[in-house]
Write a protein that binds this ligand. Structure first.
Ligand code: NBP
Length: 492
């Protein structure tokens, strides 16, 4: 058998099949393999019929089909299956060949796999692929990291199949070493959680505080989608709100209010806690899903602790058209300011992760990769790219001139929107936690002085003084009965 395929792909589920067709559209011949052979046969005889796509029953056959250096991409369920395939593939490959994992792998696994395979001379790339079925078929956002030596060989294929931003730039570029690509994909997904949570909070306010019907809400989201909040998630929200069930009523109200999650949001929150970076909006979004999932417990709690939001007298009150306009303008500003804060928190996390894990990440390029193809694609990502291009050393997005002015202008409206929601008993964990973060972030002085005093009182943890240089530590014998020994270990 002569080698004729440019790349091999293992895993013919929804993502794999669509990526293969996308690669083939761009002139690449692809060899494919799947654990269940019938799926390979069905694919070759179906969507792949008449194309330069070749089915392989075994991994040996797959590898034999590939031109050198061999490129093999895995699109299988993340976890041990990826390790099992790497183990089976490695003896079939030669030094300089490339294994690519395009699934949602956890970044420490990608770090480990890159390291282990490097010792064997095999190049490993762990890449985030975002955009679901539609993106995979027509242009996803692709976030590769791992062994940089493999990038020149993979770049032409990935940049050809990736979505293109408005200016034609491919939504794919090298992210960084080791697990950096999967890290960026993980945070991308977590930011997606935050954007979605913010939209649901706005929806509840519109519906339950302002009594808007679904057509009105859909129209408003469509209007927002023409402005600075323009994004895929706002666009689909309008479409969802317009969709009717068979009986003609809004389908969204028939959907059980329990949110699922697969883990990338949780991974991000755990990592942020370990790195000490307050990604508060994302954390609230993850916990909001967790609370929503406790449906039966909430129903029992509502019977004891109700009436909740939306109950007669607690929330919806008639408002004049002028008031409604003003309230909705505040809400739009609140959603936008909270969204900026969430991205600022996400990029704070990138900076700390890069420092901790030894990656070099081009932050502007990351925002650029998200401009098309992925779920969080939105107009304002170009502003993030520009902010980092103008100042690659930018400490925080909130300090960038393009955002600081907007934040200062929005904060009044943001506060009013949160106060209104709280007054009506509407939970707004993402909107309000981001506001608290913003207020704290711009505070030159926080009440942590009292906190340090408490720590020193009960645990002799010491404190620094405002009237002495940083790095000098003091202990007070607060009760008169404590000693002068300070704590180096006790940490409560
Ligand atoms: P799935 O995540 O559902 O995985 C299906 C593939 O994994 C099939 O090829 C299946 O083979 C294979 N597989 C499984 Br399951 N168990 C296996 C085992 N023990 N040994 C060998 N192969 C096994 O597919 P997907 O939704 O296309 O996603 C692929 C990857 O891309 C995942 O990591 C996913 O998290 C990620 N991703 C998905 C999306 C999305 O929107 N779906 C978006 C972005 C990224 P079989 O046919 O023999 O069962």
């Amino acid at each position: 058998m002569s080698a004729k395929a440019d790349i091999g792909l293992i895993g013919l589920a929804v993502m794999g099949q669509n990526l293969v067709l996308n690669m083939n559209d761009h002139g690449y011949a692809v060899a494919v393999h799947n654990r269940t052979t019938s799926k390979t046969t069905e694919f070759i005889g179906g969507p792949a019929a008449g194309r330069t796509i070749f089915g392989a029953e075994t991994l040996e056959e797959l590898v034999a089909e590939l031109k050198s250096p061999r490129r093999v991409m895995l699109m299988v369920k993340a976890g041990e299956i990826v390790d099992a395939y790497i183990e089976k593939l490695t003896p079939l490959l030669e030094a300089g060949d490339i294994i690519i994992d395009g699934g949602n792998s956890h970044y420490p696994d990608t770090e480990r796999r890159t390291r282990t395979l490097r010792e064997k001379g095999i190049h490993y790339i762990g890449t985030g692929v975002s955009g679901g079925e539609e993106g995979a078929r027509n242009g996803p956002s692709i976030m590769p990291g791992g062994e940089v030596k493999a990038w020149p060989s993979v770049k032409p294929i990935f940049q050809a199949i990736a979505a293109k931003a408005g200016d034609g730039t491919p939504c794919c570029d090298w992210v960084g070493d080791g697990g950096a690509g999967h890290y960026v994909k993980m945070v991308h997904n977590a930011i997606e959680y935050g954007d979605m949570q913010l939209i649901t909070e706005a929806y509840q306010i519109m519906h339950e505080v302002l009594g808007m019907n679904h057509e009105e809400m859909a129209d408003l989201f469509s209007t927002w989608d023409k402005g600075r909040l323009e994004s895929y998630l706002i666009e689909i929200t309008a479409e969802i709100l317009r969709t009717k069930d068979e009986d003609g009523s809004p389908l969204v109200e028939k959907i059980l209010d329990t949110a699922g999650q697969k883990g990338t949001g949780k991974w991000t929150v755990v990592d942020s806690a370990q790195l000490g970076i307050p990604v508060t909006l994302i954390a609230e979004a993850v916990y909001a899903r967790a609370l929503s999932a406790r449906k039966e417990e909430r129903v029992r709690a509502a019977a004891i602790l109700g009436p909740g939001p939306g109950a007669a007298g607690s929330a919806s009150r008639p408002v004049s058209a002028a008031d409604r306009e003003a309230i909705l303008a505040d809400l739009e500003a609140a959603v936008y300011a909270a969204k900026i804060t969430s991205y600022a928190q996400g990029f704070m996390l990138f900076r700390e992760a890069a420092r901790e894990y030894g990656w070099t990440i081009d932050y502007g390029a990351v925002a650029g990769m998200w401009r098309g193809g992925c779920i969080i694609r939105s107009a304002f990502l170009s502003d993030i790219t520009e902010a980092f291009e103008a100042n690659p050393e930018l400490e925080n997005l909130l300090q960038a001139p393009v955002f600081s002015g907007i934040m200062l202008e929005a904060v009044g409206a943001w506060r009013r929107a949160v106060v209104r929601a709280v007054g009506a008993g509407i939970p707004v964990p993402a909107m309000s936690s981001a506001l608290s973060f913003f207020e704290a972030y711009r505070s030159a002085r926080l009440p942590a002085n009292l906190l340090q005093a408490q720590r020193d009182y009960f645990g002799a943890h010491t404190y620094e003084r405002v009237d002495r240089p940083r790095g000098e530590f003091f202990h007070t014998n607060w009760t008169g009965s404590g000693g002068s020994v300070t704590s180096g270990t006790y940490d409560a």
